[in-house]
Write a protein that binds this ligand. Structure first.
Ligand code: ADP
Ligand code: MG
Length: 736
């Protein structure tokens, strides 16, 4: 069940970083350079872009956004104004996404992560961590929370789990995207860790950052070479008005994109160039998705063009509240890229999402945790009851609250039992009236009881530890899990929030006023004479003409940009074709055709992933020949033939086996009479005409083959073999 909320647009804010040292040196050198080409009106939320190569009189380009942050803006400003409300929504069960978009080196990673160790320069992600946990600690006592986190990167169009210890194995372990109606697009087998505190979640982030793919380019020393997504899932259970527990699940996607870059500017080669090609392709896919969604007319949105766009499918035009932070660099040499970023950001303002509260989803982990905890609690309570010999009936069971006391009591009870058993042992040993055999038996019985007691204690200990570990993972509202959360800080944060809300409203009103001014100016005008009217209308015409020129210039710009991006795509395509030819050459010349065919026959296209995959070598069950079923009473499978043979009564040794029984040729050896023998020595018998063969005629050692099941026949001289042996007893008549 989910409550539908009216659609809302993607919130777009723009941030411009200060000029860096290298750029500042260049800018002061340029005539008229006043520290960059980007000017920002923070109150109105406007960005004015100056073209460094503009002709005199050429108008500047102005864009309006939800908020803009200039070079002097602080991380806190952006967080309080733009991100804070989103985190509140996530805690209320909405999906939320924040992603930074812009050219490489413009401050995306700085905005998302910042400098962790300096409180003033901490970015969106560390601030969001603190915010989530502090908000949980301040929530109502009847709420239970479960927070878990995942961290992944998309590197060269492959998804890698940054929390997987084997992420760097060769070949790298990559994950697949799947889609379900319940949870939208998700990554299969992505690890997710339950976090109880800010410290734990920060450790996870650090762990992932250590394995994230980064590399140096001319434009950024620590350029991110992959898109990363840190996912925080907050599940909250609360008793609803119907008296039942309801679970709401909010997912927060914190996305740090790799920057778009011109190969010529970043000066990358080899592997870096290949990375750049993939980055640019996925970013242009993102641009296409934004354009298609903003346009609203095109029915098809190309989400499937890249992994990035599929992962952001819900965030762009789906069930999520989304904030896009477009980052700019103020240096004149990056004018085109800055303009492109601003255009994309401007388009993204029109994207409409349909966020809704995710209530009672089937896959909520919190419910499983609650069930498991209840089960463990019941088990422990049962054990405790047994431990106390069920003396006090109707007594309250083992409860998590007083677990320390309960445990102590149980432990005491066990100690008493142990002492009692030991005393009984001693008494038996000292009892002189008992026979030795009887004594031994009683002692044995007591020993077994002691063993049971020990086993029981160990199991209870294990159960208690498991119970405690699971329960500690559930965060309960109202409990102070943040050391420094004080009332004062809470008030301060509320004040800050109020101020940012106020300034946001002011900005909105200002923007509305600007639009209305233009529309109503004309209505207010009254003309006293014709001359005045002509003058006013000429003025208006001039204004409209200037606007027309602006639009024309805009069209020209868009065309230029289109041509440029097409050229870049063609360049990438050429590179890929060259690589393909190279690989093709190797395949044609060095891989035997039959091997190639074998491989090609094994390949199948996975339509879900849009990727070629190898079929498994082990044949599927339907392909496999069925093994012969064993006849009742026989150990091995038995063929029909063997069964028939068996029925006919045959050699017991080969029963149930398909073995042919081959008999040896027991006929006497064949010899040839030689002509040079003297006549008198010749034997007194006339050979048959067929017996002239100087050698043994097709004499086979094996006379005939027959199955063991055939009834044995008497061995006689074969009709086909005629014995010419001098000492043979065979008569010519037998030979015919
Ligand atoms: P990207 O992730 O967009 O490629 P980075 O975030 O790595 O760029 O930023 C590049 C450099 O610019 C870093 O050294 C960073 O400290 C600096 N920087 C970016 N934005 C700001 C800002 N708003 N204020 C100060 N320094 C910034
Ligand atoms: Mg970066």
């Amino acid at each position: 069940m989910s409550k539908v909320k009216s659609s809302e647009t993607v919130k777009v804010v723009v941030r411009c970083r200060p000029l860096n040292r290298k750029e500042a040196a260049g800018v002061t050198g340029t005539p008229g350079g006043r520290g960059g080409i980007v000017e920002m009106d923070v109150h109105r939320g406007q960005v004015v872009l100056r073209n460094p190569r503009a002709l005199p009189g050429e108008p500047r380009k102005t864009f309006t956004f939800d908020s803009v942050y200039d070079a002097s803006s602080r991380q806190r400003d952006l967080y309080d104004e733009t991100v804070r409300p989103l985190i509140h929504s996530v805690l209320d069960g909405f999906n939320g996404t924040i992603f930074a978009y812009g050219q490489t080196g413009t401050g995306k990673t700085y905005t998302m992560q910042g400098a962790w160790l300096e409180p003033e320069r901490r970015g969106v992600i560390p601030n969001a961590f603190e915010h989530v946990f502090s908000q949980i600690s301040r929530s109502a006592v009847d709420r239970q929370y479960l927070v878990r986190a995942s961290y992944l990167e998309i590197y060269r169009e492959e998804i890698r789990d940054l929390l997987d210890p084997n992420v760097h194995t060769q070949p790298p372990h990559t994950l697949e995207l799947r889609e379900s109606p319940e949870s939208g697009v998700y990554v299969r087998d992505l690890s997710s860790c339950v976090c109880k505190s800010v410290k734990e979640i920060e450790e996870l982030m650090n762990l992932g950052n250590q394995v994230r793919s980064v590399g140096a380019t001319d434009m950024n020393e620590h350029s991110s070479r992959s898109h990363t997504l840190f996912l925080i899932t907050v599940e909250c259970s609360q008793t609803g008005p119907d008296g039942r527990q309801h679970i709401r699940v909010g997912r927060l996607n914190l996305v740090d994109l790799a920057g778009s870059e011109r190969q010529a500017k970043t000066g990358v080669h080899g592997e870096r160039l290949k990375e750049a090609a993939k980055i640019n392709l996925s970013l242009s896919a993102l641009g296409n998705v934004i354009s298609a969604l903003a346009d609203g007319r095109s029915g098809h949105v190309p989400y499937r063009d890249s992994k990035l766009t599929r992962l952001l499918q819900d965030s762009l035009g789906g069930n999520a509240k989304t904030v896009m932070v477009a980052t700019l660099g103020p240096a004149p040499q990056h004018y085109e890229e800055t303009l492109t970023t601003l255009r994309y950001a401007n388009r993204a303002k029109n994207i409409k999402n349909q966020p809704r509260v995710n209530e009672d989803p089937k896959d909520a982990l919190l419910r499983e945790f609650q069930k498991e905890i209840a089960r463990l609690r019941a088990q422990l309570s049962h054990r405790e009851g047994r431990g106390k010999h069920r003396e006090e009936e109707g007594e309250e069971g083992w409860d998590g609250e007083g677990d320390e006391e309960g445990e102590e009591e149980v432990e005491k009870e066990r100690k008493l039992q142990k002492e009692r058993l030991e005393e009984e042992n001693k008494a038996i040993r000292e009892d002189g009236s008992l026979l030795a055999v009887e004594k031994q038996r009683l002692l044995g019985e007591k020993e077994i009881m002691m063993g049971d007691l020990r086993k029981e204690r160990d199991t209870t200990k294990q159960l208690t530890a498991k119970y405690k570990a699971m329960e500690s993972k559930l965060l309960v509202g109202g409990r102070n899990i943040m050391d420094h959360t004080s009332e004062q800080q809470k008030t301060l944060e509320t004040r800050r929030q109020e101020i940012s809300e106020q300034s946001r409203r002011e900005r909105e009103i200002l923007q509305q006023v600007m639009v209305q001014d233009e529309e109503t100016l004309e209505l207010r005008e009254t003309f006293s004479s014709l001359q005045q009217e002509v003058e006013a209308k000429t003025k208006k015409l001039k204004k409209l003409y200037a606007k027309l020129q602006c639009v024309k210039a805009e069209i020209q710009d868009v065309n230029d940009e289109h041509v440029r991006s097409r050229q870049e795509l063609e360049q990438t395509q050429n590179q890929l074709t060259r690589e393909l030819k190279f690989k093709y050459l190797i395949i044609e010349n060095f891989i035997p055709p039959e091997e190639k065919n074998k491989i090609m026959n094994r390949l199948t296209l996975d339509p879900e992933e849009e990727q070629w995959k190898f079929q498994l070598l082990t044949p599927s069950e339907s392909q496999m020949k069925k093994r012969l079923a064993s006849a009742v009473g026989y150990k091995r499978p038995i063929s029909q033939y063997a069964r028939v043979a068996l029925a006919m009564g045959a050699h017991s040794r080969y029963r149930a086996e398909n073995i042919l029984f081959l008999e040896l040729d027991m006929s006497p050896p064949t010899t040839v009479s030689l002509d040079h023998w003297p006549a008198e020595v010749r034997p007194n018998c006339s050979p048959s005409p067929t017996d002239n063969a100087p050698y043994r005629e097709r004499a086979t050692r094996v006379r005939k083959s027959r199955s063991w099941c055939q009834a044995p026949r008497a061995i006689t001289s074969s009709s086909s073999t005629v014995s010419l042996a001098t000492h043979s007893t065979a008569t010519p008549s037998t030979a015919q």
